[in-house]
Design a binder for this molecule. Structure first.
Ligand SMILES: Nc1ncnc2c1ncn2[C@@H]1O[C@H](COP(=O)(O)OP(=O)(O)OP(=O)(O)O)[C@@H](O)[C@H]1O
Length: 234
């Protein structure tokens, strides 16, 4: 039987930051395989290394040592510029604080990453993507003219528009009230399903973790537990 293709394959990944005089070992040997299309929750106490692991897996940060293949691309062999290039189109990122460009409209925020990767018809695709997250009536609004939940919808549309193989979400509801947070998660899961992307989501919310088919818990820079659920209700 052939194994399913992997979205992520990491071996003995480490990340050491800080100064030479005071190095901090943040990731201390991560081995991780994530199958294509898997939905994974990343849990763990504050400071356990969740965001750092996501930064390395998504190519925002270079690992100090170890090997990492993401969407078929060897990330460890790349310098920073090549890593940024490799991220484009392969990886979509949704962060707690939205990180929209304030001088651009919703449609421009969604279109820009596609434009940078040389795609055509980006305005039409951005509009389509915004309609898919229920924002067809907010295309030309600026971030300051949108609610927090709407801004996060734009961020989701921006992340999924280039059809990346992987979507990384770091506490995407952390800045939202509970009801809006639920809507955003439903939206994120729906878009993931429609696009078939692999989803890795950092959360402190056990209810959200239960909706994921796999739950990885970090503890002090290592994977403390890794469990799969047969009953995840996405
Ligand atoms: N640039 C840096 N230099 C030194 N230490 C750092 C740096 N960035 C993060 N750390 C440390 O690495 C550890 C892991 O941080 P990280 O943000 O990955 O944890 P986390 O599990 O995501 O936490 P939280 O749930 O609070 O967001 C923390 O102890 C943090 O202080």
């Amino acid at each position: 039987m052939t194994n399913p293709p992997l979205a992520i394959s990491a071996r003995n990944l480490t990340l050491t930051l800080g100064s030479d005089a005071a190095p901090v070992d943040i990731l201390r040997g991560i081995d991780l395989d994530v199958a294509d299309g898997e939905v994974v929750a990343l849990l763990g106490p504050s400071g356990s290394g969740k965001s750092s692991l996501m930064a390395v897996l998504s190519g925002l940060e270079r690992a100090t040592s170890g090997s990492l293949t993401v969407a078929g691309q060897d990330f460890t062999a790349l310098d920073e510029d090549a890593l940024a290039e490799a991220r484009r189109g392969r990886v979509g990122i949704v962060l707690q604080a939205f990180h929209l460009l304030p001088t651009m409209t919703a449609a421009e925020n969604v279109a820009t990453p596609m434009e940078l990767s040389g795609a055509s018809d980006v305005r039409a695709r951005a509009e389509e993507e915004l309609r898919a997250v229920g924002l067809g009536h907010r295309l030309d609004h600026y971030p300051t003219q949108l609610s927090g939940g709407e801004q996060q919808r734009v961020a989701i549309a921006r992340a999924t528009a280039p059809r990346p193989q992987l979507i990384f979400a770091d506490e995407p509801t952390g800045n939202l009230d509970a009801a809006t947070g639920h809507e955003i998660i439903d939206m994120l899961f729906a878009r993931r399903k429609e696009t078939g992307a692999t989803l890795l989501i950092i959360t402190h919310d056990p209810e959200l973790a239960e909706r994921c088919e796999r739950v990885i818990t970090m503890g002090d820079g290592v994977i403390a537990s890794d469990t799969k659920s047969e009953t995840a209700a996405q």
